[in-house]
Structures are given as structure tokens and as C-alpha cells.
Design a protein. Structure first.
Lengths: 187, 578
């Protein structure tokens, strides 16, 4: 037992150095040569950093495309989902309210056009994407808010679609922040 | 065919394709044969020399367990120290506070037993030092422990008649240096190239497009995410685990992380075949596991790609499926696949919020953990399956009137008692503790110190639920099932960071890690000591299709049926009432 204790202690210490110290240093060292030096990809507008490419952010103004509902209000110093069950009556009332709000701001859209992901909170609360359909239903609102032609915005949305992996795995999607940055450039 | 379905089929086939050569490699490592990682040899020898371990010294099964428990105790003390003092320890750029004693106990225990229940959130609950030097350290060494014990059982199964079961420290260290470390390096670098952070800088602060000040948590994430996926640990870097867009940035990273969940658990089964040179036995085991997995994953994918009835009534566009708690870049099919992959393997990482799964999917996820042997955790998954094999040998022996034998060793009362105790412990802990929590909730028992809110006001039992009725029951059932299966996923709506949940799940975690390890090792050790009986025409064949069916039936009876009443109160009742 006593020898076990001594051996275990030294062996643990050695493992701590190898698996925590050396291993994380190797990964960190090589990550310095990745495209964003391991710090995360940041998007810029006129040299000003406006957000992480892969982390969603809040868009409240009607002239911007909105992302999905977030249980943590897009606070990226944390993360979280709603953890609500579909059977929960409060949750169902919540979804109905979301539908009404959406229809109020997007008066040209019919209920059956609203894709479900625009009404449901993401897992992380930081989902940076929406589906192409989720962008589609917001076009007319944004065109009015910005006094631009719908065709122009539609064109931009189509250009912003990220295709499935290798064209056949998973689904196509749109990064909301990247789309809004491009949107601001439209004249 | 649907591109989402194609995606998950590809993930499964890639996992399988990689697991077979990995299994061959693992068998060679444990057999001490030449491998391409032999350059690690000097490091291992140095470790042994420093710690005064004689790598050649053979151990009995009792000595194996003593060594395992001693080193585990030291890790527990280290974890408690770091978690309760991280506030002033170095590498804490976000100035996260030290943990309360009950949370530190729960966290230390749950990482010690390879569960990673996580009643804290990574962004605000731990420092970078604690992430890397405590939690990630434990993710390596506890996975290594499970694999080492599994290697001991392999060795015992191979033995004709022997006391010598190899050396625990050698199995342990080699599992870490030759298997976990190289695979982790590959996966971590892959993730880093795909946009997962690996930095020592603290939170980033910037001004959003709309002019708000925002903060984004980051840190040395890529290194930890790799080992948490590979070692069936599951303890994520960020609070929401692999649902987080930095932890799992793209569909491609999700493919890699999904493969990593299955790689070693599957490979261990093939390793058994190569190690014992009994490939048919490995195919039988793999077949049973795969059938069980498919029976769980197919309904889950089906239901998650459907839409909840309530949404259909609302008359919206429901093509994307059940998207609450899911991420757009991953889609519903890949999320449903992960939900089952992570629960059958005792991994416990998540890429979707399990609390928001459809009722039937919640049930399949629960069943994955209740059985806990369909692929199973690294090393320990096979141990659980081994218990089922022993029971199946005994029962079929009785049925056909033959002496129960497994690999030339007679199975007698003592082994069966141990196997049965291990098999029954799991439902006892889960159902007993869930009954307690359900009682406290139903009676709204004042909990005193055991359950305080953020202001220190005492709350009543049941206030920890995030959803009412049947689903609330499922939240409690899931928490104890996840603890007993050493899984670590959760119905995260449950308010579990309080003394009641921290301490009760902590105790369940300890019992359900060590007893299911001690049991199978004892059985294997006792069997190894017995006289070898050559196979004859009277011997029960254990590598046949028929015996596979038998094992499946035993799993179904022991694991699934024991839980059926609880499942009817939770997910099934929810399914039929909504």
C-alpha cells in the first residue's frame, strides 16, 4: 500500500506534466499556425472588429436579418438552450407569441411560410446560422426598412448560402452576421 | 436520399472503418508487440524509473484493484484542491471564482469516474488552469484507467491457468501514451484548423454590428475537446458542450467529433478478437451491440426529423424537424445520431439539448444509458458487456442442461453472484434515487440547506424542475441514470447545482464506477485461476448467432425491463398524452 502510494504520486505527477503541460503546449504551438492563431475567426467592417464569425449575435433592428431565438440572449460569455419540453404548456404559449411577433414585423408573410427554426431556441443560444428559408421570409421586411428592391436583397441572400459539406452531406445554411455585413454594403 | 440521412450513415461507416485497424493496433499495444509508436518507450521507462515501478512485475487481480483505487484516490484529492482554489491559482484570465465544496465534490467525483456530469458551466465556472491541469488531466487518466482494467480482463480471459494478469501501471500508462494521446493530438489539430479556439487569452470584448458591447468566451478548448470525445468523457469545454459554435464549429467538425465518440469503444471489441485470436467472439459481441444501437438510433432519428404535433397544429413550416435545442449547421439527423451515440457509449457530450428531445428520443437516450454496454465507455463498456455474457452463459447452460463454461472455464455460484450484484446495482441506484427525488418533488418537501436559491433562500423539493408533469419526472430519472451510467449528459433544465443534487449524484457516481469495475475484474481473476477445460462436443459455443441472441435477451430482460415501469411514468406517458 505504501509503495503503491509513492509510485502513484510520482506517476500522477509525471502524467500531469505530459498530458496537461506538454500535450496542451503542442496543440497551442501548432494552433499558432492555423488561419486565426487559435483565437477564433473575427469579422471586420472598416478595420473594426464586429464579431466572431462563428458566434451568433443579437439583431434587434428591423433592417437586419435576425438569427434564431436565444435562451441566453446571445451572451457569448456563457451559453445555453431553453431546455423546454414540447409538452410544456408555457412553452407552447411562448411559441404562439413568437409567431404573432414575427407576423407583426413581417406582414407580407403567411404563417405557413415561417420555418420552425426561427421560432425555436438553438442549443447553444449562440447559433450563428439560419436556413435559407429563414432568410427568405425576412427579405420583404428588410427591403422596406432599407428602401431597397427585394430582388437585390434576394440576390444577396442567394449568394450567401453556404452549401452542404461536399454538396451532399448535411444542409445548406446562411451565416447571419456575414449576411448582415454584406447587407450594409448594399446601396 | 435525404442529405442529412446520408451524413449520419457516412459517420457510422467511417467510425466502423477506422475502428477495425484501431482495434488491431490496441491489441498489439496490450500484447506488448511492436507498434509504430514505440518511440514513446523511453518516456514510459523514465516514468516508471522515477516512480519506482517495476514494469515487469506481474500482478494478481487483487493487486490490480489496489493499485487502481490508490491512484484514483490521489487524483480525487488533486481535483478537490484545484477546484476549490482555482480563484487564486494561475491561468484565470476571466477571474472565475473557486467552487463551493459541494460543487467541487460533485465535479471532482464526476471527472474522476469518467462521467463529467458538469453542474457548472465552463465559461464561468472554471479557470483555464482547472480546465487543463485538473479536468483535462482526469479525462486522460480516467479513460486510461478504464482501458487498463479492460486490458486486465483481456489478459485473464486469455490465461489457461494463471495468477499473472500483467501490470496495472503498464496497461494504464500505455493506454494513455499509445492510444489516447496520439489520437487526441490528431483530433485537436483538426478542430483547431476548423476554427475551435486554442488560446490562453481571456474573453474577447468587441462592439457588435448593432453597437452593443459583447464578450466572447474562449480558451484552450481544442485540446480538451479532443480527449473528451475520444475518452468517452464528455465533459465539454463550454457550457453547452458540442452544441457551442466554437466547440463544434461546422458540419465537418461534427463528423470528426461523432467518429471520435465511437472510435475506441468499437475498437476495443475488435481488439478483443485480435488479442484472444477469437474473431468470431468479437463479431458476436459487435453484432449484439450494433443491433441494440440501431434499435435505439433509428426511432430517434425518425422522431427528431418529425415535428412535434403542437407545431403542426400551429400551421408553420416544419420541414426542419424538431429544432428546439438544436443547431442549424448540424441539422436534426446528425443531432439525433449524436444523442444516441453519446448515451450508448457513456460519453455524455451533447450537440443538442436532450431536455428538448421528443419524448421517444428521450426514452431511447435513457435506454442507451440503462443498458450501458452497447459499445459502452472506453474499457468499462466491455466490462459491462462481460457481465451480461457471464449471465447469458449461466442461463443458457441451465436451459440446455450443460455445465456453464466460458472460454474453457467453469462458471460457478460465486461468479454468478458477483455478476448479478453488478447487474442489479444499476437499476437499484437509478430507481431508488429517482424515487427519492420524485417523492421530495411530489410532496414539495422543504429542503433546508440541501436546496438554496441564488439568494440563499431555502426552496422546496420539485422547484428544481424546468418542465412540469411527466417530463419533469424524466428530468430526474435522466439525471440519476446519467450518473449511474457514468455518462454525463443531462436534461439540463434541471437545477442541479445545489447540495442535494451535487451530493446524491456524487454518491451514485462513485458506487456505479467502482463496483462495476471491481466485479468483472474479480470474476475474470477468479476464472483465470481455475483449471482450463478443453472444449468438447458438450461445450456451449459462445461465438455463435444463437448465443448472440441469448446475450441480447439477457440484456433486454435485466437492463431494459427493469426500467420499463419508470419509462412509462416519464417519456412514454409524455408521448401518449401529447
Amino acid at each position: 500500500m505504501k509503495t503503491n502510494l509513492f509510485s502513484s504520486f510520482i506517476l500522477s505527477l509525471a502524467c500531469l506534466i505530459l498530458f496537461s503541460g506538454v500535450y496542451s503546449s503542442i496543440i497551442w504551438g501548432i494552433a499558432q499556425f492555423t488561419p486565426h492563431q487559435g483565437k477564433g475567426e473575427v469579422l471586420k467592417v472598416n478595420q473594426r472588429e464586429v464579431g466572431f464569425a462563428k458566434v451568433g449575435q443579437n439583431f434587434n433592428q428591423i433592417k437586419y436579418f435576425q438569427g434564431r431565438p436565444s435562451a441566453v440572449n446571445y451572451n457569448a460569455a456563457g451559453s445555453g438552450g431553453s431546455n423546454k419540453a414540447y409538452s410544456n404548456p408555457d412553452y407552447q404559449a411562448f411559441i404562439r407569441a413568437r409567431i404573432d411577433t414575427f407576423l407583426k414585423y413581417n406582414s407580407t408573410i403567411q404563417k405557413k411560410q415561417i420555418p420552425i427554426e426561427l421560432l425555436t431556441a438553438s442549443g447553444s443560444g449562440l447559433d450563428p446560422h439560419i436556413s435559407p428559408a429563414g432568410a427568405e421570409v425576412q427579405i420583404s421586411r428588410i427591403a422596406r426598412a432599407r428602401n431597397l428592391s427585394e430582388a437585390k436583397i434576394k440576390d444577396l441572400v442567394h449568394k450567401s448560402i453556404e452549401q452542404p459539406l461536399l454538396g451532399f452531406l448535411g444542409k445548406s445554411q446562411i451565416n447571419v452576421l456575414a449576411l448582415n455585413i454584406e447587407l450594409d454594403k448594399l446601396k | 436520399m435525404n442529405t442529412e440521412i446520408l451524413g449520419i450513415i457516412l459517420i457510422y461507416l467511417l467510425s466502423l472503418g477506422l475502428a477495425i485497424p484501431t482495434g488491431y493496433y490496441i491489441a498489439r499495444v496490450y500484447a506488448g508487440q511492436k507498434t509504430w509508436l514505440d518511440f514513446m518507450q523511453p518516456i514510459e521507462s523514465l516514468f516508471f524509473r522515477l516512480s519506482g515501478i517495476n514494469a515487469q512485475q506481474a500482478m494478481t487481480w487483487e493487486a490490480h484493484l489496489r493499485a487502481m483505487l490508490t491512484i484514483n484516490l490521489l487524483w480525487f484529492l488533486w481535483a478537490m484542491f484545484v477546484l476549490m482554489n482555482q480563484g487564486w491559482l494561475p491561468l484565470n484570465p476571466d477571474q472565475n471564482p473557486s467552487m463551493s465544496p459541494d460543487l467541487a465534490f460533485n465535479t471532482a467525483v464526476s471527472f474522476l469516474v469518467n462521467c463529467n456530469l458538469q453542474h457548472y458551466s465552463g465559461e464561468t465556472g472554471v479557470s483555464y488552469f482547472a480546465q487543463v491541469f485538473c479536468l483535462m488531466f482526469l479525462q486522460f487518466v480516467t479513460a486510461g484507467t478504464g482501458m487498463a482494467v479492460c486490458a486486465t480482463v483481456f489478459k485473464a480471459m486469455q490465461a489457461r491457468t494463471a495468477q499473472d494478469l500483467g501490470n496495472f501501471y503498464v496497461y494504464f500508462l500505455k493506454s494513455c501514451t499509445r492510444i489516447l494521446l496520439p489520437f487526441s493530438i490528431v483530433l485537436a489539430l483538426f478542430l483547431a484548423y476548423n476554427g475551435t479556439p486554442m488560446t490562453w487569452e481571456g474573453k474577447a470584448q468587441l462592439i457588435s454590428l448593432e453597437g452593443d458591447t459583447i464578450q466572447v468566451s474562449r480558451g484552450p478548448a481544442a485540446a480538451m475537446i479532443a480527449i473528451k470525445q475520444l475518452g468517452t468523457n464528455g465533459g465539454g469545454y463550454f457550457g453547452v458542450n458540442s452544441a457551442h459554435p466554437l466547440e463544434n464549429p461546422s458540419y465537418l467538425s461534427n463528423v470528426a467529433e461523432s467518429i471520435a465518440i465511437f472510435l475506441i469503444p468499437m475498437a476495443i471489441v475488435f481488439a478483443l478478437g485480435f488479442y484472444l485470436n477469437r474473431k468470431r467472439l468479437a463479431y458476436m459481441i459487435f453484432g449484439v451491440m450494433t443491433v441494440g444501437f440501431l434499435l435505439l438510433v433509428i426511432p430517434t432519428v425518425y422522431y427528431e426529423m418529425q415535428t412535434p404535433a403542437i407545431f403542426q397544429k400551429m400551421g408553420i413550416d416544419t420541414q426542419s424537424g424538431a429544432t428546439e435545442g438544436k443547431e442549424v449547421r448540424l441539422g436534426t439527423a446528425a443531432s439525433a445520431y449524436w444523442a444516441i451515440a453519446t448515451t450508448v457509449t457513456s460519453n455524455g457530450s451533447v450537440n443538442t439539448m436532450h431536455d428538448s428531445l421528443m419524448p421517444i428520443s428521450g426514452m431511447t437516450a435513457l435506454l442507451g444509458m440503462m443498458i450501458n454496454a452497447l459499445y459502452g465507455g472506453v474499457g468499462v463498456g466491455f466490462l459491462n458487456f462481460y457481465v451480461f455474457i457471464i449471465l447469458a452463459v449461466f442461463i443458457s447452460g441451465l436451459m440446455v442442461g450443460r455445465t456453464p463454461e466460458f472460454l474453457g472455464k467453469k462458471i460457478e455460484a460465486r461468479e454468478i453472484k458477483i455478476a448479478m450484484l453488478v447487474a442489479l446495482l444499476h437499476p437499484l441506484l437509478i430507481l431508488g434515487m429517482t424515487a427519492l427525488a420524485a417523492y421530495l418533488s411530489a410532496n414539495q418537501t422543504p429542503m433546508g440547506w440541501w436546496f438554496l436559491d441564488a439568494e440563499g433562500k431555502s426552496l422546496a423539493g420539485g422547484a428544481w424542475l424546468n418542465n412540469p408533469n411527466f417530463h419533469g419526472f424524466s428530468e430526474m430519472l435522466y439525471e440519476y441514470t446519467s450518473s449511474a451510467a457514468n455518462n454525463g449528459s443531462g436534461f439540463e433544465g434541471l437545477a442541479d447545482n445545489n447540495p442535494f443534487w451535487n451530493i446524491t449524484t456524487g454518491i451514485v457516481l462513485l458506487l456505479s464506477r467502482y463496483i462495476p469495475i471491481i466485479g468483472p475484474v474479480a470474476i475474470a481473476g477468479i476464472l483465470a485461476n481455475k483449471k482450463y477445460i478443453p472444449a468438447s462436443t458438450g461445450t456451449l459455443q459462445t461465438d455463435t448467432f444463437t448465443f448472440g441472441l441469448m446475450v441480447f435477451a439477457v440484456i433486454f430482460i435485466v437492463a431494459a425491463l427493469a426500467f420499463f415501469p419508470a419509462l412509462t411514468l416519464g417519456p412514454l406517458a409524455e408521448f401518449f398524452s401529447s
